[in-house]
Design a protein around this ligand. Structure first.
Ligand code: BGC
Length: 369
């Protein structure tokens, strides 16, 4: 009896150890063979945007024959490097990576490249290295342009107060978004339609149609949210105190997480009509758009991005050429890119662009007519 009990105990322990191994990561499409072919590294689970990418990858890979594993770096470049090393050890042939910090990720992708792994930058570009084979991305300049255009289309007369916010300076996209927005906003700042309230550098450069990377960097440094809603909140609080908004108030918010947080601060002020941008079509922001709080978001259909990335990975595994339609300089080389278009979402077209397109289910929201 004693012997039987101890054998049972050992069995329970062995099963436990195996279950532990299984749970250590998110399997995208767990297939029969044990080695992983495609490794995916995403930046953080803290933002709905990247959790959605994981879900869409899993949906797209349900019926795939390829073994895929998805790991999250939780906003930490050291953990990101570790994730890449883990995947290299598992034998991946293709790495799909969204860097937390574009420049810091260079060492991780170089380690993959040394093992003959094909590296695909996903949504954010890994910078200052020649170890990136492809870049699958939304057209980020057009995201910024859509945000700027929304503000311009809603401004009348002159002297409209404009508050600018940007993403993290460690993310190349923050520059592309800002560039796109600046292209559209700058002529309207120069002609007095808008008056920038919260960036002395943007005021200094208001007559420059094209900014150098350094000049953009100087503005972004003043208005960065670091992609963190709490940073956006405290910056908005101090900007509201330093330069109080009045009447029609225009806010360039770089993405949905920061937009909701900035909106909530401005909404505390009396008598404002707030025009505020965003991007990502995160569910809570779609609700804000329906409720007339956030004015617009930019739908970056993650299903298309996932399809583009998996397509590039599978073509690589099958020895086929990867189709590209553009290129982006990453500070070291021109990286061949698959560039995907975006859609502006407002209260007027939210039903059509978000619900009828099948992006989200109507039951996720209230107040949809
Ligand atoms: C992505 C955005 C996202 C932001 C913050 C950017 O690189 O393109 O979709 O909102 O990072 O995570």
């Amino acid at each position: 009896m004693k012997k039987l009990l101890s054998m049972l105990l050992i069995l329970v322990m062995v099963v436990g150890i195996f279950a532990g191994c299984q749970n250590s990561s998110d399997e995208g499409g767990s297939k029969s063979s044990s080695s992983v072919e495609i490794g995916i590294v995403l930046p953080t689970k803290e933002e709905p945007r990247w959790v959605q990418d994981e879900t869409r990858f899993k949906d797209a890979l349900k019926d795939s024959d390829h073994n895929v594993e998805i790991l999250f770096s939780q906003g930490d470049s050291a953990r990101e490097k570790q994730n890449v090393e883990t995947l290299i050890a598992k034998g991946i042939k293709v790495l799909i990576i969204t860097p937390h910090d574009g420049a810091a990720a260079a060492a991780a992708v170089e380690a993959a490249k040394e093992e003959g792994i094909t590296v695909i930058s996903y949504d954010r570009l890994v910078t200052n290295t020649d170890a990136v084979d492809y870049y699958v991305t939304f057209n980020s300049v057009s995201v910024g342009a859509a945000q700027g255009q929304y503000l311009v289309d809603n401004a009348e007369g002159t002297g409209n107060k404009l508050y600018l916010y940007a993403g993290a300076a460690t993310d190349n996209n923050a520059f592309l978004f800002f560039e796109g927005a600046w292209n559209v906003l700058q002529p309207k700042i120069a002609d007095g339609t808008f008056e920038v309230q919260n960036s002395s550098k943007a005021v200094e450069y208001m007559n420059k149609a094209t900014l150098s990377r350094e000049e953009m960097g100087e503005i972004i440094e003043q208005i960065t949210t670091d992609w963190k809603p709490e940073v956006a909140k405290s910056k908005a609080e101090s900007h509201i105190t330093a330069a109080p908004p009045a009447g029609n108030t225009f806010v360039l918010a770089p993405n949905d997480g920061t937009a909701r947080s900035i909106f909530d601060q401005f909404a505390k002020e009396e008598g404002l009509t707030i025009f505020i941008t965003g991007q990502d079509a995160e569910m809570p922001s779609i609700q804000y758009v329906i409720d007339g709080k956030q004015s617009m978001t930019v739908l970056k259909d993650v299903r298309d991005l996932v399809k583009g990335a998996i397509g590039a990975a599978v073509d690589t595994l099958e020895g086929k050429a990867v189709e590209t339609n553009g290129s982006y300089n990453n500070g070291s080389v021109d990286v061949k890119a698959k560039d995907i278009q975006v859609i502006t979402v407002t209260q007027d077209n939210v039903k059509n662009t978000i619900i009828e397109s099948g992006y989200y289910d109507a039951k996720e929201f209230t107040g949809l007519e």
